[in-house]
Design a binder for this molecule. Structure first.
Ligand code: PLP
Length: 420
């Protein structure tokens, strides 16, 4: 399986040069920024006319990632005051929206004063708080209502955020009340609806049907508004999955876009559709690279104990999958001659849960070899419990161009960026 992923040469050389400056066995993230920009451009190029692509920065909000993605997408989707700070520090200012449950009054006020394009409102309580804040700033604020629609049961995915009981959005049964509340709020103006129903959608057909079900509801949702002609936007969220187990078989984004284009073209008054994608934009650019510290066999199972672990890369543990692993031997010629066997790849934590991948076939693995875990650019380091056991945070290396490794390194400690 891992054989399907090839590591680009500029990443291999960045790994090699980083290793030379490591005084300890290494554990570090490498991000291929040109590949990230290319992914954004390809996704954008496939969109039907008039459909927009925003980046949901929670997938990876490192400054270099935002700076790379921002110029190639239409805007950013944020969900906290901290994310507002990061987005506003971006070298290419882009429009941005604020969504998410549990918004603080201070975040909503901050967003308004810093020029938020729209809020995605999650509840009736939020409508009231937002109205009060907008009134205090004497500001007219565009909002979208986030809907938790009833969904056909067969459209579900692993991580559902709609069609079931969740803290997200407003049930369709209460939507009329919410629309009325916004219509009655003098400082708010309803411009559209938002649905982000699931993550990890790996089936293009199912996602097509999901979007089709939103578009079928659209005229009905819109008709609830006092002035339907002002309600023009349908934000369909993100949720496009990454196939971690079969990296060569990825979601057919162009296929989804083509089907969406045909559907929109057939509509009488189609909405302006916007995607806000996190994982599918940033996952592919990241590599987590760890060094083998020890090899052992326990009750018949081989273990590679590596620098780092799930406290730096929680993704496989969070998803319950065996992440693909690519073996980078120190001495490739000797490795080919070595024993082929199955290894379970673990980290340094004193817990049996610190497993990155189970039973991977590898040949001639030795202490000091490197293992590369690809597809680590989204929900990797940033969802990890990096302080557990007081290990130092991993270095993050942002590889800027494919020729010379002009890199920017970030020690785990935030704000400590220095050009190398
Ligand atoms: C997390 C999130 C996204 C992005 O989801 P991905 O699965 O990373 O594409 C988009 N919109 C909202 C509201 C989210 O919470």
């Amino acid at each position: 399986m891992a054989e399907c992923v090839t590591i680009p040469n500029h990443i291999l050389s960045a790994i090699a040069s980083h290793r030379q400056v490591c005084s300890e066995p290494m554990a570090a993230f490498f991000y291929d920024l040109p590949a990230l920009a290319a992914q954004g451009r390809a996704m954008k190029a496939a969109l039907p006319a008039g459909v927009e692509l925003y980046y949901a920065i929670k997938a990876n909000s490192e400054a270099a990632i935002i700076d790379t993605v921002a110029p190639v997408v239409d805007g950013l989707e944020l969900s906290s005051g901290g994310e507002i700070t990061r987005a506003c520090a971006c070298s290419t200012p882009r429009p941005w929206v604020l969504s998410g449950p549990g918004k603080l009054d201070t975040d909503m006020r901050e967003a308004m004063t810093r020029g938020v394009e729209a809020f995605h409102v999650e509840s009736l309580g939020e409508v009231a708080r937002l109205q009060a804040i907008a009134a205090s700033l004497d500001h007219l604020q565009p909002v979208l209502l986030r809907i938790n629609p009833a969904l056909p049961a067969d459209l579900s995915s692993r991580l559902r955020m709609a069609g079931t009981a969740t803290p997200f959005g407003i049930d369709e049964a209460h939507l009329a009340d919410a629309v009325r509340a916004v219509d009655d709020a003098p400082n708010l103006t309803l411009v559209g609806f938002h649905v982000h129903a699931m993550s990890h959608q790996t089936c293009e057909r199912r996602h097509q049907r999901l979007l089709a079900s939103y578009l079928e509801c659209w005229p009905r949702w819109r008709a609830l508004a006092h002035q339907p002609e002002r309600v023009t936007q349908l934000n369909v969220g993100g949720g496009i999955g990454v196939n971690y187990l079969q990296p060569s078989a990825q979601f057919d984004w162009p296929g989804l876009c083509e089907a969406l284009g045909e559907r929109l073209a057939a509509m009488h008054e189609p909405p302006r559709v916007r995607f806000e994608i996190g994982r599918f934009l940033s996952a592919f650019c990241g590599y987590y690279v760890i060094e083998v510290l020890d090899t052992k066999v326990s009750h018949g199972e081989g273990f590679l104990v590596c620098r780092g672990g799930t406290h730096q890369f929680r993704l496989p543990a969070a998803q319950g999958h065996d992440h693909p692993v690519i073996h980078l031997p120190c001495d490739p010629e000797r490795a080919i001659e070595g024993e082929r066997r199955s290894w379970t790849v673990v980290g340094q934590l004193c817990t049996p849960k610190d497993v990155l991948s189970r039973r991977q076939e590898m040949t001639g693995v030795a202490v000091g070899d490197l293992l590369v875990l690809p597809l680590a650019g989204a929900y990797g380091y940033n969802i990890s419990h990096a302080d557990f056991l007081c290990h130092p945070r991993p270095e993050q290396v942002f590889v800027r161009d494919s020729h010379e490794s002009r890199e920017l390194k970030t020690r785990g400690q935030r704000h400590a960026e220095t050009a190398s």
